[in-house]
Design a protein around this ligand. Sequence first.
Ligand SMILES: Cc1cc2nc3c(=O)[nH]c(=O)nc-3n(C[C@H](O)[C@H](O)[C@H](O)COP(=O)(O)OP(=O)(O)OC[C@H]3O[C@@H](n4cnc5c(N)ncnc54)[C@H](O)[C@@H]3O)c2cc1C
Length: 619
Amino acid sequence: MLDVSEIQTIDHDVMVIGAGGAGLRAAIECSAQNLSTGVISKSLLGKAHTVMAEGGMAAAMGNVDSRDNWKVHFRDTMRGGKFLNVWRMAELHAQQAPERVRELEEWGAVFDRTKEGLISQRNFGGHRYPRLAHVGDRTGLELIRSLQDHGIHQGISFHMECTALELLLDGGPGSGKIAGVLAYWRETGRFVLFRCKAVIMATGGGGKAWSITSNSWEYTGDGIALAYDAGAELMDLEFTQFHPTGMVWPPSVRGTLVTEGVRGDGGILLNSEGKRFMFNYISERFAPETASSEEEANRWLDGDKTARRPPELLTRDEVARAITAEVKAGRGSPHGGVFLDIASRRPADFIKRKLPSMYHQFKELAEVDITKEPMEVGPTLHYFMGGIRVDADTQQTTVSGLFACGECAAGLHGANRLGGNSLSDLIVFGKLAGAGAAAYIGGLGATPKPVDDQVTGAIRRATEILKRETGTNPYILHEKLEQSMSKFVGIVRIKAELEQGIEAVQALQEEAKTIKAPGASQYNPGWHEALSMRSLLITAEAVTRAALMREESRGAHTRLDHPGESPEWVKYNVIIKRGADGAMAIEKRERPPGPEHLVAMANAKIEDLESGKVGGEVV
Ligand SMILES: Cc1cc2nc3c(=O)[nH]c(=O)nc-3n(C[C@H](O)[C@H](O)[C@H](O)COP(=O)(O)OP(=O)(O)OC[C@H]3O[C@@H](n4cnc5c(N)ncnc54)[C@H](O)[C@@H]3O)c2cc1C
């Protein structure tokens, strides 16, 4: 009989799950509000996925082009998200990002500089003006380093290489208020019980369900699945972003990201005939603000402020679809992508200075010198726009005491995220989640207590895997899931295939019931893999069901059987929750209408917004 009192127990006011940009910023806020704050992370501190972020963080500071301001950033975000974004989140993000970036600088972040000594900002897809504060192409590293340094000095407790297995509620599974987190130390396999009054989920996305992805091993959808198990609502999971430029060769690094900064700094996309094909794929929505000829695009690159932006800087969904169409039409590169050329556009020293990681990445992994030759690139699963549903101002989920921020939360990006809007999302909504949790704890009466049966039940489920001698190999199961998601829930989708995708994921869930990793819990990587399969399978099922329900093509979700955006569907979010019978329940839920002033600004002609004819009264 398991005795809960024998399990290592640690008490904090608030537990943050995840030590990426969102988790660290949330923890800093909690600590600043005098809460005892614990952070747990699957990997070592400093190794969260955020560290891989390259191009920069979007904030309308207007340092490089003074015409920029939060209203233009808000409009770009709504248009990039195809108007499905939560209005209030897009507003808060655009308004607060500049302050959060300046705060990072005060905490020690060393950004690239303009000649005048201001934080430098670079161009990125979908952003009208140079807006991404950056540190070469290693911005995530600087972001995480600055937050970590600041957090450590604030007295936050970090519990590294510790994986959360289950959220504990005072009413048992799926009922009542948050009371703790059950986790295990990856090194020893021992369980640890964190008792707390609130949890902030900041676990990132779930790209490891696909075979070609830019995501790291940590991206197994844990936060999404844990929140779902606790009774939280998930939203708009059908929107999975395929970044247009991942490496396609050699096979061992297929999917590794090639930053949009390459195109922002002048790189162009070419097909096998050497044609700059993006001019053939400019949609009606973006045509008025996109260069119509190479001559105009070149003038823009030379700094002519009257010229419009090149089509390579259209939003990611548009560029990824264009690349897919070129490859399908037989105009792809030898390894199934297209060519990305910056060598003929910029001098070698510029490329090495602005894109040092890309230079080394291609040199070392593909033996390609990007200062001399083009790169081969193609779409790679990159980002989850959907996730846990939250309140815009507090980041509270639908479970009492559970908050979520960063990539695992939904709402800011709508149907498609603009590059650079994630890092700023982390710092804006990380802070708000911390403040939300502090306010919740301030208003809480008695401290909620975990229920012993929930703890022992979760431990039993986890340890059964170690006792099974026969059954399913977790690595093979993972590979099958990757193949199925890539085949049935890829960049273009269709009803019959999505239905096959649901059948496949259900069959894998059956197989997972006998998943095995026999032996001890210490140094048993198969056990870690087996435990993360549960999250991956829940996340994959939710994405597939949501993709089947949304019968339109919008942003990153392309349905061959429902081409084009539907004026009807923009009124709805797809909400997923665990049903009373334990099965996944899915609902098409009407969205609240946007506030009039925001709707007017998002739909305004750019000249009218900039002249103040629209939105002039809004501060
Ligand atoms: C190669 C690459 C480049 C990118 N470049 C940019 C860019 O230039 N600009 C931009 O805006 N965005 C960029 N992105 C996207 C952006 O980096 C991510 O969306 C963002 O960093 C996510 O941050 P996060 O804090 O939500 O999660 P993460 O940084 O992924 O952190 C998640 C944390 O949760 C922990 N965790 C997960 N599950 C558990 C569990 N069960 N128990 C305990 N801990 C857990 C992990 O260990 C980790 O500490 C890029 C993404 C990639 C892959």
